[in-house]
Write a protein that binds this ligand. Sequence first.
Ligand SMILES: Nc1ncnc2c1ncn2[C@@H]1O[C@H](COP(=O)(O)OP(=O)(O)OP(=O)(O)O)[C@@H](O)[C@H]1O
Length: 223
Amino acid sequence: MLQLIDLHKTFDQPTGRITVLGGIDFHLEAGQSAALLGESGSGKSTLLHLAAGLDHPDHGDIKINGQSTRHHTEADWAEQRRNHISLVFQQFHLIPTLTVLDNVRLQARLCGRMDPDYEHQLLNRLGLATLTHRLPHQLSGGQQQRVAIARALLHRPPLVLADEPTGNLDEHSSESVMALFVDLVREAGCTLLMVTHSAAMAAYLDQRWRLHDGTLSREGEVA
Ligand SMILES: Nc1ncnc2c1ncn2[C@@H]1O[C@H](COP(=O)(O)OP(=O)(O)OP(=O)(O)O)[C@@H](O)[C@H]1O
């Protein structure tokens, strides 16, 4: 489903050029979930951005569903994100002028995959059923995160890329929401790559990978 082949990424900084990803190889089968671990600054967000086409590698290839993205234009990537990839990032990127319900429906509408039954189920499971007419600023951080999750899953995208929120939610509520998120991703049959700082969360996923010194290695499989 998602394949990263010899990905290299450097950045120019005032002190010189730094290599963040120095030849990354990674493969995740459809329906599998993987945790991406690593110290702060090890390149986790960079890797996620490359996999989503929000930034591009110096060289290497990203294959999604077996298709190379090497020659993708920005329009191709936008189409890919609209139809095949959902992003759940630390900033929830809700539209402030739209209600909860319209925010939840946003991506499904864009790609023409509305599903009233699944929408009903998602809103209930995520505790949003009574909040559908509110605006994002009338929600807590945790509620906003759950809206972002519902929006990411309503159209059942083949690939979900997630950056676990750390700063603005307390550890307990963050972990319980992310555990529910992983359950929903599994039930929807999506493939998941998730940055997490939590060992408990990582153990909940099928695979664990660690970024260190520009290389990615797989850690012990979870039974
Ligand atoms: N656009 C950029 N220009 C220059 N340097 C960058 C850029 N984006 C990231 N970096 C650098 O690349 C390195 C990896 O950053 P990245 O955000 O991917 O790390 P991370 O593992 O996600 O960190 P954290 O866990 O703190 O979020 C850091 O040293 C960062 O300063």
